[in-house]
Design a protein. Structure first.
Length: 164
């Protein structure tokens, strides 16, 4: 496993005007709740040569149907996670050991009706909701929880109500 590289990736912690965060349920885990995970933040691969700030908006558009957001913060470090052994060789056709992620805090400037999971012919998510930032780690699959714990602390200053 250690011979495999990490896949370059971006992630979005999307805050609404009430300071809640968008989480979406993976379509391949339709009944996942609580300790089994299944809910995650929008994230996706960075194309070769692509700026992570551009990639995060592209991923929002692809995964939730809108990029109506503005970047309000960025985690200073790249965060990594390793796939569990049972997913090695399956995810990303076995080319990566996990992901190396650049995370952004974004403020959603659209309306809830702008969020459309059905625009992609093969949607990654089948449901979404707004949730308090501290609840993120408990909603995630176990191998992503440490990153979500870091984000819940790092981006806590953005989990406030705003009028803009």
């Amino acid at each position: 496993m250690s011979d495999l590289p990490y896949r370059p990736n971006v992630g979005a912690v999307l805050f609404n005007r009430q300071g809640l965060v968008l989480v979406a349920r993976r379509a391949d885990m339709p009944n996942a709740e609580g300790p089994t995970g299944g809910w995650q933040l929008p994230q996706g691969g960075i194309d070769e040569g692509e700026d992570p700030r551009i990639a995060v908006f592209r991923e929002l558009e692809e995964e939730i149907g809108t990029a109506k957001a503005e970047i309000v913060g960025e985690h200073p470090d790249w965060l990594t996670y390793d796939l569990p052994l049972h997913l090695l060789g399956i995810s990303w056709t076995g080319r990566y050991r996990g992901q190396r992620q650049r995370w952004f805090a974004l403020r959603f400037i659209g309306q809830d009706s702008d969020i459309r999971l059905d625009l992609d012919p093969y949607p990654e998510f089948d449901a979404w909701r707004w949730t308090p930032l501290p609840d993120l780690p408990a909603l995630a699959v176990p191998f992503k929880r440490p990153i979500y714990e870091v984000l819940a602390t790092s981006f806590a200053c953005f989990a406030t109500e705003t009028t803009t």
